[in-house]
Design a protein around this ligand. Structure first.
Ligand code: UD1
Ligand code: CA
Length: 455
């Protein structure tokens, strides 16, 4: 494909958001609006991406610093044509320039790809027919249907306002021509702005072909100006993702009650109950079931595993055929083998738990390595923190930890050991034997309960 520059306009104020956060940094599906656009841009393999920012000071470049883009300040903001002018010094003449918008987050790569293929030279506009075109620039065509220009709503005659085909704002132009056209822009219009859209009539006057392409979906070109529009587009996008999962064979208890804020990849026969939130990159293997109201971020869950309701799982790898929850909390750096059971009110952090081990009730397993077939009794706590440093707990294969045990790290419980319930273990426990630390039980004869009001 030809060489490509991409300019992303993101200087607008976003006054109607009623927020101190620059408009393009508000999240949709868990990521800033502008990030969606930059990720889509990057996928096109451009030579240069240039973001034109304005309001919000350095917050925009700061928030997007991990993206390979040039940030150019537009101050003051004199219109879309003026905005693209700011980027021109950074654009190579031997490329074409694609103009995108930081507040139009859901534009799809496939649509932009179609624009690139529409013509090798000339101007390509992304247009769409809307039932209600109010607010948009209208596409003017001659009797043959060739594009003549774009007229902004505010400059349009009543007759022109009847036109249903509108300018999405997204366009592709040879950079050399764009440079020439932008140099000729005037702001003699109702808004006193330098309109990018005026380049269309310039192209027509020069006899340069103007092509139009339509997006596959209307939501791709919807811009965000208010929280109302943001919430509406969020719902559209969530419905879209749910639809996609259903088409792949995923069972969703209710497609309207699923949130995907990132990428969710599912195997065959996956079932997801209501109210689940998936963030970052989540992979669910064949036959995985996720119970209601679970939150899962950046995790891999292997086939046959069931996540029971209200579980919270972050940066964790879970093996096959595990039973997790209800009310389990798996924190970053955890890795569970096959057939592991983690029950209610069990927290696991930065720990490996090997195959067929169980911690079914009320435990904290932190900074630990747990072997296979280990049984961790109810209420067991690894005391991993001495107030200054974290230490590891090692529990080898086939260990049985009695209920309400504290394992004071660093400590090792050797293979096959049994720890008596209620123990505080501060030294290594030898293999294949019982270790316990427990005050002797005593009964005090003649003892009586205190009685109220009696000294
Ligand atoms: C623009 C188009 C209109 C199109 C509509 C689609 C022009 C003149 N008009 O109108 O034909 O139908 O978009 O939504 O281009 N921006 C800057 N700097 C500026 C001005 C704008 O970065 O000086 C950015 C804004 O942040 C916004 C985008 O450009 O993301 C569009 O600007 P806006 O003023 O909203 O243009 P519209 O009037 O909607
Ligand atoms: Ca707009």
């Amino acid at each position: 494909m030809d060489l490509l520059n991409i300019v992303v306009l993101a200087a607008g104020k976003g006054k109607r958001m009623h927020s101190d956060l620059p408009k393009v940094l508000h999240p949709l599906a868990g990521r800033p609006l502008l990030q969606h656009v930059l990720e889509c841009a990057a996928a096109l393999g451009p030579q240069q991406v240039c973001v034109v920012y304005g309001h919000g000071g350095e917050a925009v470049p700061q928030a997007m610093r991990e993206h390979a883009a040039k940030f150019v300040l537009q101050e003051p903001q004199l219109g879309t044509g003026h905005a693209v002018q700011q980027a021109l010094p950074h654009l190579a003449d031997d490329s074409r320039t694609l103009v995108l918008y930081g507040d139009v987050p859901l534009i799809q790569r496939s649509t932009l790809h179609q624009m690139r293929q529409a013509a090798a030279d000339g101007l390509v506009l992304l247009t769409i027919r809307l039932d209600n075109p109010t607010g948009y620039g209208r596409i003017l065509r001659d009797v043959q249907g060739d594009v003549l220009g774009i007229v902004e709503e505010k400059d349009a005659t009543a007759e022109q306002r009847e036109i249903g085909e509108v300018n999405t704002g997204i366009l592709l132009a040879p950079t050399k021509l764009l440079r020439q056209w932008l140099a000729k822009l005037r702001n003699n219009n109702v808004q006193g702005e330098y309109y990018l859209t005026d380049i269309v009539s310039m192209a027509v006057a020069q006899g340069i072909a103007v092509h139009t392409v339509q997006p596959a979906h209307e939501w791709e070109i919807l811009g965000i100006n208010s929280k109302v529009q943001l919430a509406a587009l969020e719902r559209t996008w969530q419905r879209e993702q749910a639809q996609h999962l259903l088409e792949q064979g995923v069972t969703l208890a209710d497609p309207a009650r699923l949130e995907v804020r990132g990428a969710l990849a599912c195997g065959r026969d996956v079932t997801i109950d209501v109210g689940c939130v998936f963030e970052g990159e989540v992979h669910l293997g064949d036959g995985v079931r996720v119970g209601a109201y679970s939150v899962i971020r950046d995790a891999r869950i292997a086939s046959g595993t069931h996540i029971e309701p209200y579980s919270h799982i972050v940066q964790t790898e879970i093996g096959a055929d595990c039973r997790i929850g209800p009310y389990a909390r798996l924190r970053p750096g955890s890795k569970l083998g096959d057939g592991v059971h983690i029950g209610n009110f069990v927290e696991v952090k930065n720990s490996d738990i090997a195959a067929h081990s169980k911690a079914n009730h009320l435990s904290y397993i932190g900074d630990s390595s747990v072997g296979s077939r280990v049984n961790v009794g109810a209420g067991t706590i690894t005391c991993n923190y001495d107030g200054a440093n974290k230490h590891r707990t090692i529990i080898e294969d086939d260990v049985f930890i009695g209920s309400d045990t504290q394992l004071v790290a660093p400590v090792t419980v050797r293979r096959g050991a049994t720890i008596g319930a209620g123990s505080t273990i501060t030294r290594d426990a030898p293999e294949n034997t019982l270790t316990l630390s427990r005050a002797k039980q005593a009964t005090v004869p003649g003892w009586q309960r205190p009685v109220k009001g009696k000294l």
